[in-house]
Design a protein around this ligand. Structure first.
Ligand code: ATP
Length: 354
């Protein structure tokens, strides 16, 4: 399987940089999600890897061999990359099996071998028995599976997905997530998966590259991204959470004391923090409403939204400038707007200063 290196790659369209000196390393057999808002450069990066575009600067290497860069450009058909886009790109005049068999026919593989490999690929994507169907009879999710099976029979070392679930409903998405996971587990292919849906990225990938405006903000395993975002932007982008202005002091490596308004608690941090003002990330699952007078954060309820099963409650923290001291906590019942509350903190993260 392919080890992919993106080395200070820049790509501009009409003078505007879609990618700005991006460097990433995708280990052989890894599953990487490129995550970010519309226009951040995810698709452009995928197209450069697949060979549909040429970088303006930098180099892309597969297993150490330059694919594009100063030395020229290896064409897409010689990169052994399978592509699954949100538009399914199936041949309408061919059956399901005919679509999947297409790359093998092009290579002159014998018909017995083709039948065997098509049946195997249909099994992996859970479409056993669908071979003779017309592709027009398939649902969106089934068409995605056919596109994926076609990549599998072609023995693509690398499979790239561009928002493959964008057109599917919630239930189909869940089923397809399971299929993608299963395919990765059983085939061990290197996978790059573009999405703007963080739940998809966190659920599927072993590493996530969070992108913004043509740059990579953080490249980490999902748990690290969620628990220890490297910047305020990533902290705001990933999951539900609140960034509070606070005063921190070192308690030792990886641990800091935090004073936030009238409350005090401890937090995880990178290395040893310098004493002074900082931003602290608090997630709802680490916050609990407690009796007033306990050793937590105090504040006033400003908004309540039912989120089934909990009431998402926005609290204005006492003693912190209002715009920098709003906290989201999940309450088991609806609190009254304006009510005073106290909140205990069981875990928090001091976001490294940029
Ligand atoms: N062929 C092109 N010609 C001109 N501009 C382009 C072209 N392809 C991409 N861009 C621009 O480059 C930037 C990055 O686009 P890209 O499609 O890579 O973003 P994205 O993160 O994949 O967005 P989306 O989630 O909406 O697909 C955008 O500003 C886009 O308008």
């Amino acid at each position: 399987m392919t080890h992919i290196q993106i080395d200070t790659v820049t790509k501009a369209f009409d003078g505007a940089k879609a990618l700005d000196a991006v460097s990433l390393d995708f280990a052989s057999g890894s599953f990487t999600a490129l995550l970010g808002p519309s226009g951040c450069g995810k698709t452009t990066l995928l197209r450069l890897v697949a060979g549909f575009e040429r970088p303006d600067a930098g180099e892309i290497r597969f297993d150490g061999r330059a694919m594009s860069g100063a030395g020229g450009m290896v064409p897409p058909e010689e990169r052994n990359v399978g592509v699954v886009f949100q538009s399914y790109a199936l041949w309408p005049h061919l059956s399901v099996a005919g679509n999947i068999a297409y790359p093998l026919k092009m290579r002159g593989v014998s018909s017995g071998e083709i039948d065997r490999r098509v049946a195997e690929a249909l099994g992996i994507v859970e479409l056993g028995g669908f071979g003779a169907r017309d592709t027009s009879e398939l649902s969106g999710g089934q068409r995605q599976r056919v596109a994926l099976a076609r990549c599998l029979v072609a023995d693509a070392d690398l499979i790239v997905f561009d928002e493959p679930l964008a057109n599917l409903d919630v239930h189909l998405r869940a089923a397809m997530l399971e299929t993608f996971r299963q395919v990765h587990r059983t085939t061990g292919r290197t996978i790059i998966y573009v999405t703007h849906d963080q739940a998809e990225a966190l659920a599927l990938a072993d590493r996530v590259a969070v992108m913004e405006k043509g740059r990579v903000l953080q490249f980490s395993p999902p748990e690290a991204l969620y628990r220890a975002p490297a910047t305020q932007k990533v902290a705001r982008f990933i999951g539900r959470g609140s960034l509070l202005a606070a005063f921190v002091s070192p308690l030792g490596p990886g641990s800091a004391g935090v004073r936030c308004g009238e409350g005090e608690f401890s937090a995880r941090c990178e290395g040893t923090v310098a004493e002074g003002p900082a931003h602290v990330l608090l997630r709802p699952e680490n916050l609990r409403l407690v009796e007033a007078g306990s050793h937590g954060i105090t504040g006033t309820v400003r908004r309540v939204t039912y989120h089934g099963p909990a009431y998402e409650t926005e609290v204005e923290v006492s003693g912190v400038e209002a715009s920098r001291g709003r906290l989201i906590v999940d309450a088991p019942q609806a609190l009254v707007i304006g009510a005073p509350v106290a909140i205990a903190v069981s875990d928090a993260w001091v976001v490294p200063s940029a």
